[in-house]
Design a protein around this ligand. Structure first.
Ligand code: TMP
Ligand code: ZN
Length: 411
């Protein structure tokens, strides 16, 4: 069902861009699959509460299930990032207090909670995907396979008491019912506690035209402006915001109970200023984004077609969720991109959602000696360029499409 009212404040929503019929971004499928599930990927903007959101979303059960093929721990960048996060936001007084309790929502394979467990702090991870939760449990992490909700929050509260920290990384933007979610946070957060979450950042997406951040799982793209609005509905207050490089430009938000009397930090105020300067509160800004997406698509397809006419072998590097939007919006299939290589065992041997481009291992990819590789994991450019420097030395060329369409090696 398509939405005409804002998911947060119920105001009339303005449609910004339609990317067409999309499969589920992470539904890597067998070649033979018929009648693949698709939904309309349309983004809209609410001029009342500033929330950028998808107008239609598949049932969450379609997306986060027993065989969700994403494991945080596979990325070194994310591993390091979470070590830093635990250092910065879990001070000694929390570590030294035996009553401290920390929740992580969307704990995935426990990459972040590992740091909490190592400090012997009472903790709980909540994640709807059973297979990733099992990975966390194998490491000794206390985790349950559930969707976080107001109802679950009450069970958690009864069993463990209030949490001094609630963490969530790249998860809240996945949750359609933010009201139920925030009710849960209200129940679980201790009076002095901090709710710390980070999500892809709307302003980064607009600046880079990284429309591939939009896929079924990302119902929202947050900004400080929109987070302040929703926090206010729950007597919570934004006290800090810290820009992050991860996932192609994220923002970490820190919320507390309003009753603490704390105010937004100076760096938060500066970020808010930048949002105002960029006119994140104006519809026109989003209409410009829509036009930029369309021209980016044309440029990308033209480049691939030109190379194909020269009989070049083009592959893709990393079968990311983001790539599903790019491939399907741009109408790219295996005639243009022959394969996509990836390190996730669960993805290898399947085909990419919608485009049905075969997924192979990086080893197989190297044996195929492609002339060009499209860097679908553009947010991990540094890590991948280091890891794959031999390929580059051998003359293989990298194609990027964010922030511009072009070749990485020939800047
Ligand atoms: P995501 O962008 O949806 O999180 O997916 C990242 C995918 O990229 C995941 O399938 C693993 C893959 N990947 C590689 O194959 N090699 C790499 O070096 C990195 C960083 C990711
Ligand atoms: Zn709204």
């Amino acid at each position: 069902m398509e939405l005409s009212r804002c998911r947060i404040c119920q105001s009339q929503i303005s449609e910004i861009i339609s990317f067409g019929k999309m499969p589920i971004a992470n539904a890597f499928v067998e070649q033979s699959l018929q009648n693949e599930y698709r939904f309309n990927l349309i983004a809209g903007y609410c001029t009342s509460c500033y929330m950028f959101q998808l107008l239609e979303q598949p049932n969450p059960d379609q997306m986060f299930h027993e065989s969700y093929p994403f494991f945080t721990g596979l990325s070194m960048t994310m591993k390091k990032h979470f070590v830093e996060m635990s250092k910065n936001h879990i001070p000694d007084e929390i570590v030294n207090n035996k009553d401290s309790f920390i929740i992580e929502i969307g704990c995935n394979d426990g990459t972040f909670l590992q740091n909490v467990m190592d400090k012997k702090i009472k903790h709980l991870g909540v994640d709807p995907s059973k297979n990733v939760v099992e990975k966390a449990q194998e490491k000794g992490i206390n985790a349950i396979a559930e969707f976080y909700s107001a109802e679950i929050s009450r069970t958690i509260d009864e069993k463990y008491g209030k949490a001094i920290r609630i963490f969530a990384s790249n998860v809240i933007c996945h949750i359609p019912d933010m009201h139920d979610f925030f009710q849960g946070i209200k129940n679980n957060l201790s009076p002095e506690g901090e709710f710390i979450f980070e999500e892809p950042y709307l302003l980064s997406m607009l600046k880079k035209t990284s429309y591939d951040q939009l896929y079924d799982e990302h119902v929202y793209m947050f900004s400080l402006m929109s987070i302040q609005k929703i926090a206010d509905m729950y007597d919570l207050i934004l006290v800090d915001a810290i820009a992050q490089d991860t996932h192609g430009g994220s923002m970490r938000y820190v919320l507390k109970h309003e009753s603490t009397g704390q105010k937004l930090s100076q760096q938060g105020l500066n970020l808010l200023d930048e949002e105002r300067k960029y006119e994140l509160d104006k519809l026109q800004t989003y209409q410009t984004f829509a036009m930029n997406c369309e021209s980016r698509k044309q440029e990308f397809v033209t480049l691939l077609n030109t190379l194909k006419l020269q009989n070049k072998v083009i592959g893709g590097y990393a079968a990311t969720s983001k790539s599903t939007t790019v491939l399907n919006y741009c109408g790219i299939d295996k005639n243009l991109i022959t394969f996509i290589s990836d390190s996730t065992p669960e993805k290898i041997g399947t085909v990419a959602p919608g485009s049905h481009i075969p997924i192979i291992s990086h080893e197989e990819m190297r044996a195929m000696k492609p002339d060009y590789l499209v860097l679908f994991a553009w947010n991990h450019e540094k890590e991948i360029m280091e890891k794959e420097h031999l390929l580059t030395q051998q003359g293989m060329k990298w194609i990027k499409f964010v922030p511009e369409v072009g070749l990485i090696n020939e800047k």
